[in-house]
Design a protein around this ligand. Sequence first.
Ligand SMILES: [Zn+2]
Length: 165
Amino acid sequence: MDKMTPEQRHRCMSRIGSRNTRPEMIVRRWLWRQGFRYRVGVKSLPGTPDIVLRRYSTVIFVNGCFWHGHDCEKFRVPSTNTAFWEAKFSRNQARDRRVYKQLHEMGYYVLVVWECQLEAPRRLATLQALSTRLAEIYLDTHQAKPRPYGDGDDAAPGIAAEPQD
Ligand SMILES: [Zn+2]
């Protein structure tokens, strides 16, 4: 443990902080009470999404505003080691974008809930909006369609069309 560079230590801390956090538990308890069933911390998916709702083809990330660099009043770049932190936040944001894109290409809807959206007085509205979005996704994905993940731009990559000539 002593041999870690500051950067490794921060990464380690961020990982510890990313599991079973209070904001994540707020979302999980809400979903469970609403009757949604899910898996947590699915390592086989890119980015190890916090919550996976397979029936809804949906993954949910509950992001801390600090580590993920949310553009809100909770996020401030620390005034010491500013360059280090700025580089770290932009790496985190780039990784997030990459992971969301990969999941989208696998056919998942990717929903992000921010820590600041789970604070009173916004919490209830955030959670209700989440339930509404999941209901919409369920309707989208369970209507009679030729493919499981919708049509057009949501289609999984690599499915070739019949050659037309
Ligand atoms: Zn925020």
